[in-house]
Write a protein that binds this ligand. Structure first.
Ligand code: FAD
Ligand code: FES
Length: 356
């Protein structure tokens, strides 16, 4: 069951950089299984701010073996929820926390010798460090290369923590730093793009021997690396990506679909938590907004096509969906959609939120 929230107490709050706050939650023993997660998954935090319910996703930065549920929230300029966490939330407060979800995760696989390439920028380190800790703990034959991009060492989340992980790992974790604002003699300077990959990374590492790639950072960096890896013929299924935020997704599907599709009313049957609900909605809004307006308890978080909380499956009828990297091609073929990125295009629609 997705998007069921529990109130958890904050038992740790500390600043990892000037604007990045680590929060640890107390998970009562009876809720333990409910908060089980795979390295790389995220939780949704929910709170009322200025009389409005706000939800945001945050990747878990601990690994399952630590028995600790922690996230890092990096306050962004003008950001509603991230600054609320940074300025208002203290140890002893409670927050509504969802069960972990998301398909950007590392699952421990066969015990074979392999090298995993983890790539992160800024706060994108959160799911990546969880994966690194999980791999180091569970896969003694696996080595990790971590490429981590930041503005400076002072801006680098987990800088000391990564240094100790590297020491403990006895050469199984290699970290390559690149900084964009300050130069350091022993680290690269500049930005991570296809040129950096071609001129530096490809010379240092045989990318074709990498077992799989996990990339989390700003859209431009993620897309650049992804495209570079495609040009050197790395198979698509070896590359997993996560975007915290996409500029492209600031334009909603409503602005994209044609006026023709936007007219008319549709009858929709919604299956959620094994119950069926019926509603009549129109085509002017995305499916998620329409169903929330009808009072239905549809799972969601970002509302912008960045997470995967609002995934539903079209059981009957048709929709038009904005292009997305969050769902795999085969999932889209099977009928899975992001509700916040879709508008209905048929007169009748049946959608289930119990299939994903
Ligand atoms: C799967 C997933 C996992 C995530 N994990 C983390 C995490 O571990 N740590 C973390 O700090 N954040 C994470 N995020 C991002 C987080 O959910 C919020 O989007 C972020 O904290 C900003 O929320 P806000 O309310 O402060 O900003 P908002 O009030 O929503 O946005 C303010 C303005 O900033 C811009 N903006 C929004 N988000 C970003 C962004 N991330 N970067 C740059 N500009 C932005 C928007 O254009 C907007 O106009 C994750 C997002 C997803 C989808
Ligand atoms: S609510 Fe995040 S993708 Fe739709």
């Amino acid at each position: 069951m997705k998007n069921v929230f529990h109130q958890l107490k904050i038992i740790e709050k500390s600043f990892l950089t000037d604007d990045a706050v680590l929060l640890t939650f107390d998970v009562p023993t009876d809720l333990g299984t409910y908060f089980n997660f795979l390295p790389g998954q995220y939780i949704i935090l929910r709170s009322e701010i200025n009389n409005e319910e706000i939800r945001r996703s945050y990747s878990i930065c601990t690994s399952p073996e630590e028995n600790k549920l922690s996230v890092v929230v990096k306050a962004i300029e003008g950001g509603l929820f991230s600054n609320f966490i940074k300025d208002e939330i203290e140890i002893g407060h409670y927050l509504d926390v969802s069960s972990p979800e998301g398909n950007f995760f590392y699952s421990t696989s066969e015990k074979i010798t392999k090298n995993i390439f983890l790539i992160a920028a800024g706060s994108g380190i959160t799911p990546i460090i969880s994966m690194a800790k999980g791999i180091l703990h569970n896969e003694p034959l696996t080595t990790i290369t971590l490429l981590f991009a930041n503005r400076s060492i002072e801006d680098t989340i987990f800088y000391e923590h990564l240094a100790s992980l590297q020491t403990e790992s006895k050469d199984r974790l290699k970290i390559i730093y690149i900084f964009s604002r300050k130069t350091y003699g022993n680290h690269y300077f500049g930005k991570v793009d296809d040129v950096f990959f071609n001129d530096i990374i490809h010379q240092e590492i045989d990318l074709k021997q990498i077992y799989s790639f996990y990339i989390c950072g700003p859209e431009e960096m993620v897309k650049n690396i992804q495209n570079y890896l495609y040009t050197i013929e790395i198979a698509k299924d070896k590359i997993k990506t996560e975007l915290f935020y996409s500029l492209e997704n600031e334009v909603g599907i409503e602005q994209i679909v044609s006026e023709e599709i936007k007219s008319g009313r549709i009858e929709v049957e919604v299956i959620v938590n094994q119950e069926s609900y019926f509603a009549t909605i129109d085509h002017t809004k995305n499916l998620l907004e329409s169903l929330l307006d009808e009072g239905l308890d549809i799972p969601y978080s970002c509302k912008k096509g960045n997470c995967s909380s609002c995934v539903g499956k079209v059981m009957s009828g048709t929709i038009s969906m904005k292009e997305t990297d969050v769902l795999m091609d085969y999932e889209i073929e099977e009928g899975f959609i992001l509700s916040c990125q879709s508008v209905p295009t048929s007169e009748k629609l049946i959608i289930s939120y119990d299939e994903y």
